[in-house]
Design a protein. Structure first.
Ligand SMILES: Cc1cc2nc3c(=O)[nH]c(=O)nc-3n(C[C@H](O)[C@H](O)[C@H](O)COP(=O)(O)O)c2cc1C
Length: 518
C-alpha cells in the first residue's frame, strides 16, 4: 500500500507536469487550447489573473509539479532525505507534504478566482486543481501510514494534518518566543475563542473527539472523558469556555492561593526540549482567591472543573498561620457560588519561597485535621510530590487515608530532583544554573511507579489521577493500565499540540475504553 501511494504521487505529479507544460506552451505561443462546451478557457487564460508578477501562471505550475515530481521520485527510490549541510537535512516525505499543502491552498485560490471573480471555468486549470487535491490526499495518507508525528493506531487524517501543522509551523514559532509570553498569549487566544459559539464550534471541528463510551463516573462526578488539563495552565480560570471544545473531559484551575502573589522573579517558564520538559518557576503566581471567585461565580462549566488550592507564597511565622491561609481559601470557595466539582490540595509545590510544602506526615496531618472541620462536600484530591521514596509516599498516603473527605491522589507534581536520570545530561547542566522544577518526561517514570504502588497497596481507597509525561495516547493508556482512573496533562500538549487530547480520546475509544469506571 505504501509503495502504491508513493507511485501514485509520482504519476499524479507527472500528469500535473503534462497539464502545466501544455498550458505554458499554449500561453507562450499565444494560443487558446481547445475547450469543451460548458468551459470558458479563453476567458480564464486571457484574464489578468493568469499572470502573476509578470510571469504566466502555467509556468509556476510547471515549476511546482516539476519540483514535486523530483521529490516524489527520490522518495519512491527510498531516498528519505536531502542533506543541506552536515547537521541539517530535509526529509523528502516532509517536503512532499509541504508542497502538497501549498498546492492545495494555491488551487483553492485559483478555483475561487474562476468561480467568484471570472464566473468562467478553464478545463485545464480544473485538471490541475484535481491533481493538487489528489496529491494532498495521497500525502496525508502517506503521513498517516508512516506515523511520523504523535500518532497512534487510530489517528484521523484531520489530526495528522493538525499534528503536522503544529510540529512544523506553530511549535517552531512558539519555541522562538519566551515561554511565559506564549503562555499568556495562548491563554488570551483561548479565552477569546471561548467567547463566541462560532469559534467554539471551529475549535471543536479542529480538535474534538467525542464518544459517549468514554464517560466515566468518579466520586459521583460524571466526566465526559478521562482526559483533563492539569493545574498550572489555566491558573486564572479563563479557559473554561474553550477547553470542552478542545476535547478535555475536565479541567483544574489554579493553583489558587488565598492572597495574591505576582510570582517569582522571571524567568518563570522555560523549555528543555531534549528532555521533553518545561522548567517551571512560577511559585504559585496567583491573583488570589477573591479575584478568581469573582471571575468564576455563577458561571456554568460544560465539563467538571476543579480548583487547586495551595498556601500563598509568603513567609509564615508558624505552621498554623500557613494552614490558616489554606483553610481560608477553602472557606471562600465553599461559601461562593462557583460551580466547581472538586478540589485539588496542592501540598507539593516545589518552587515557593516562604511556606514549606506539606510533604511530611506531621505537617500533612496537621493540615488535614483543620480542613476536616470544614466538612467539605466536594471530593478533595491531594496533588502529591513525585520525588519522595515509596516509603515516604506511603507514610503520606496512610495519613490521607484516615480522612474520608480525601477521595484521591494525583501523581504527581513537578520534579525538583536534580539527579533525576530522565533529564538529558546537558539539560541537567543548564538546570543547575537556573531556578525552577521540571514537568514532562522527567516526571513520567516516577509518576507511573507511584500510581502502580498506590493502586496495589490501597486498591479502591483512593481515586488516582495520573499526571506526568503524557505525550501520546499510548502514554495515557499506560497510566490507566497502572491504576489511574483519570489522566491529566500539560507538557505533552505544549510539545505535541492541542490535537493530542482528541487523539488520546480516539485511542481510548478504540483500545482502552474498557478500563474506565462506569
Ligand atoms: C507551566 C506549569 C505550571 C504548573 N503549575 C502548577 C500549579 O500551579 N499547581 C500544580 O498543582 N501543578 C502545577 N504544575 C504541574 C502540573 O500540574 C503537572 O503535575 C506536571 O506538569 C506534570 O504533568 P505534565 O508532564 O503533563 O506537564 C505546573 C506545570 C506546568 C508545566
Amino acid at each position: 500500500m505504501k509503495l502504491l501511494i508513493k507511485l501514485l504521487i509520482v504519476i499524479v505529479s507527472f500528469l500535473g507536469i503534462i497539464d502545466a507544460s501544455f498550458l505554458s506552451y499554449e500561453k507562450l505561443t499565444g494560443h487558446i487550447p481547445p475547450c469543451t462546451v460548458g468551459f470558458q478557457c479563453d476567458t480564464v487564460l486571457t484574464s489578468k489573473w493568469s499572470i502573476l508578477f509578470g510571469v504566466p501562471l502555467p509556468l509556476y505550475g510547471l515549476a511546482f509539479y516539476g519540483f514535486t515530481f523530483v521529490i516524489a521520485v527520490l522518495h519512491f527510490l527510498e531516498i528519505d532525505h536531502i542533506s543541506i549541510d552536515a547537521k541539517r537535512k530535509l526529509h523528502t516525505a516532509d517536503l512532499q507534504l509541504i508542497l502538497a499543502m501549498f498546492g492545495i491552498c494555491f488551487s483553492l485560490y485559483l478555483v475561487s478566482i474562476m468561480g467568484l471573480v471570472l464566473h468562467a471555468w478553464c478545463l485545464y486549470c480544473l485538471l490541475s486543481a484535481l491533481c493538487c487535491l489528489t496529491l494532498f490526499v495521497l500525502n496525508v495518507m502517506q503521513w498517516h501510514m508512516q506515523k511520523k508525528i504523535c500518532v497512534c493506531s487510530a489517528s484521523s487524517p484531520k489530526t495528522v494534518i493538525f499534528s503536522w501543522l503544529y510540529a512544523h509551523i506553530a511549535k517552531p514559532l512558539f519555541f522562538m518566543i519566551d515561554a511565559e509570553v506564549v503562555h499568556i498569549a495562548m491563554t488570551r487566544v483561548g479565552a477569546f475563542l471561548g467567547r463566541f459559539a462560532l469559534s467554539q464550534q471551529l475549535t471543536r471541528w479542529m480538535f474534538f473527539y467525542g464518544d459517549k463510551q468514554l464517560a466515566t463516573k468518579v466520586d459521583g462526578i460524571v466526566f465526559p472523558n478521562p482526559v483533563g488539563l492539569a493545574a498550572g495552565f489555566d491558573y486564572e480560570g479563563r479557559l473554561g469556555s474553550i477547553l470542552p471544545s478542545v476535547g478535555f473531559g475536565f479541567h483544574t484551575i489554579g493553583t489558587v492561593t488565598y492572597r495574591s502573589y505576582e510570582g517569582n522573579e522571571p524567568p518563570r517558564l522555560g523549555r528543555f526540549p531534549d528532555s521533553k520538559a518545561l522548567l517551571v518557576n512560577k511559585g504559585f503566581k496567583s491573583e488570589g482567591a477573591p479575584a478568581i471567585i469573582d471571575r468564576l461565580k455563577g458561571k456554568k462549566f460544560a465539563i467538571p472543573t476543579g480548583i487547586s488550592i495551595g498556601s500563598t507564597n509568603a513567609v509564615y511565622a508558624t505552621l498554623n498561620d500557613q494552614i490558616d491561609d489554606i483553610v481560608k481559601c477553602f472557606k471562600l470557595f465553599e461559601a461562593s457560588t462557583v460551580k466547581h466539582a472538586y478540589y485539588e490540595l496542592n501540598i507539593s509545590c516545589p518552587n515557593t519561597q516562604g511556606g514549606q510544602p506539606f510533604t511530611t506526615p506531621q505537617r500533612l496531618n496537621a493540615l488535614l485535621t483543620k480542613l476536616k472541620n470544614l466538612h467539605i462536600k466536594r471530593p478533595v484530591y491531594i496533588k502529591m510530590p513525585i520525588d519522595l521514596s515509596q516509603k515516604e509516599t506511603n507514610s503520606l498516603l496512610q495519613i490521607a487515608s484516615a480522612y474520608s473527605f480525601i477521595k484521591g491522589v494525583i501523581f504527581g507534581n513537578l520534579t525538583k530532583d536534580h539527579s533525576n536520570p530522565d533529564v538529558a545530561k546537558h539539560d541537567r547542566d543548564r538546570w543547575n544554573q537556573v531556578k525552577g522544577n521540571l514537568s514532562g518526561k522527567p516526571t513520567w517514570n516516577r509518576s507511573n511507579a507511584l500510581i502502580a504502588f498506590t493502586k496495589k497497596k490501597y486498591g479502591k481507597r483512593f481515586t488516582i489521577i495520573g499526571t506526568g509525561g503524557i505525550f501520546t495516547p499510548e502514554d495515557a493508556q499506560t497510566k490507566l493500565e497502572l491504576g489511574a482512573d483519570l489522566v491529566q496533562l500539560i507538557t505533552g500538549m505544549i510539545y505535541e499540540g492541542p490535537q493530542l487530547i482528541g487523539e488520546i480520546n480516539r485511542h481510548f475509544s478504540k483500545v482502552a475504553g474498557n478500563n474506565l469506571k462506569k
